[in-house]
Ligand binder design. Structure first.
Ligand SMILES: *Cc1c(COP(=O)(O)O)cnc(C)c1O
Length: 405
């Protein structure tokens, strides 16, 4: 039995987090997390909540009044949206092309709803045609549910046109943006999304613990018109709205004060950088990483045009041993990358370039480490080509930026 270690504090080792989340957290966010507490009804704290709402609206690109950060990780956001919008007997079309679509279907069932599974092979996306087809075949549905960034496969789900289709069929559009928010464009209002949740620990680069969430007026109407109260008291959005949005600021739960300090600073960092430059940074580092992985035989799973820049899912060629390489990366290089989930276990790696993890020096450090490990195992004849390919990608982009200037 290990002895209790009450005599020393826990000091985590340094790690370069390049997996599917959590991502690296900026020192300004860590500092914010360590500030003294305020009461959760203190006027200064209520002011901070207002600022967080404004920052979240501009991150989600929405005017929705109900735009908040829910306690709990991304899955709490998922659970809140499903528990409030899906009532017993409601049918909802769910796009399933990876782990998170399946999780959504399970949650719909547990809310008493009926998931209509619209499946695509892992690594693929759900096509607008397939959705249109399903909508016209299935009769009235309460909602269409899609995962914008499927973290288990690295597939980037296009959303243009989906909102209009949903409105034409009088269905709500629910979108999971846990991995996409802060890394690729998310346009809640322009795309007609009715309920959109995210997480703090991926491209927002804040520790896990909050779920940013925005609900359109028509979805809020559906929450208020429920036949029966939401079965979850804690996640009941009509009660939570009274704390975040009503002038009464009615006590519901004690807000996670420190986490909200952290999120406020993380969102300030997002807006200091600017959304467009931030998305461009994610794309450039992903391009460089993929260019470097190619000479190592690591090929992206999703097809070109459907690859998420913040979650690079690449297939392993046959001699490469998944677990031994990832163990060496962690032990000898202090780098964490992700393995495959479910049917992709042992077959792919998931390399995250999320938020603060998404930097040129991290890409080059990882490629260099992989080249060393591959060469030592005799899997690589000519080390150096991976790093070189990435460096070339960066210098081409500098050249073209100079040409544009
Ligand atoms: C990570 C993730 C979640 C769940 O978030 P947790 O913070 O792990 O609860 C949900 N959906 C997607 C697409 C994710 O990547």
């Amino acid at each position: 039995m290990s002895r209790p270690s009450q005599d020393h504090e826990f000091v985590p080792p340094h790690r370069l987090l390049m997996g599917p989340g959590p991502s690296m957290v900026h020192s300004r966010v860590l500092h914010a997390l360590s500030q003294p507490l305020l009461g959760h009804l203190d006027p200064q704290f209520l002011g901070l909540m207002d600022e967080i709402q404004a920052l979240l609206r501009s991150t989600f690109r929405t005017e929705n009044e109900f735009t908040i950060a829910l306690p709990g990780t991304g899955s709490a956001g998922m659970e809140a949206v499903i528990a409030n919008l899906i009532e017993p007997g409601d049918r909802a079309i769910v796009g399933i092309n990876g782990v998170f679509g399946s999780r959504l279907a399970t949650m719909i069932e547990r809310s008493g709803g009926i998931p209509l599974r619209l499946e695509a092979p892992w690594g693929n996306t759900i096509s607008l045609d397939a959705l249109q087809d399903q909508l016209s075949r299935s009769g009235p549905v309460k909602a269409v549910v899609l995962v914008h960034a499927e973290t288990s496969t690295g597939a980037w789900q296009p959303l243009e046109g989906v909102g209009a289709l949903c409105r034409a069929h009088n269905a709500l559009l629910i979108v999971d943006t846990v991995t996409s928010l802060g890394g690729i464009p998310v346009e809640v209002d322009a795309w007609g999304i009715d309920a959109c949740y995210s997480g703090t620990q991926k491209c927002l680069s804040c520790p896990p613990g909050l779920a940013p969430l925005t609900i359109s007026p028509r979805a809020m109407e559906a929450v208020r018109q429920r036949r029966n109260p939401c079965h979850s008291w804690y996640l009941d959005l009509s009660l939570i709205a009274e704390y975040w949005n009503d002038r009464s600021r009615a006590y519901h739960h004690t807000a996670p004060i420190s986490m909200l300090y952290g999120l406020h600073e993380a969102l300030r960092l997002v807006h200091e950088e600017g959304l467009a430059p931030r998305f461009a940074r994610h794309q450039l580092n992903s391009n460089a990483l993929l260019a470097g992985l190619e000479p190592l035989g690591l090929i992206p799973l999703p097809s070109e045009g459907h690859r998420l820049p913040m979650l690079n899912c690449v297939t392993l060629p046959s001699p490469i041993d998944d677990v031994s390489v990832r163990t060496r990366l962690l032990q000898d290089y202090a780098i964490e990358i992700g393995g495959g989930l479910g049917p992709l276990r042992g077959k792919v790696w998931r390399i995250g370039l999320m938020g603060d993890s998404c930097r040129q020096e991290h890409v080059l450090t990882l490629l260099n480490a992989l080249e060393e490990i591959f060469a030592q195992n005799g899997w690589l004849e000519q080390p150096g080509r991976a790093v070189q390919a990435a460096v070339e990608t960066y210098s081409h982009s500098q050249l073209s930026a100079r040409r544009r200037a």
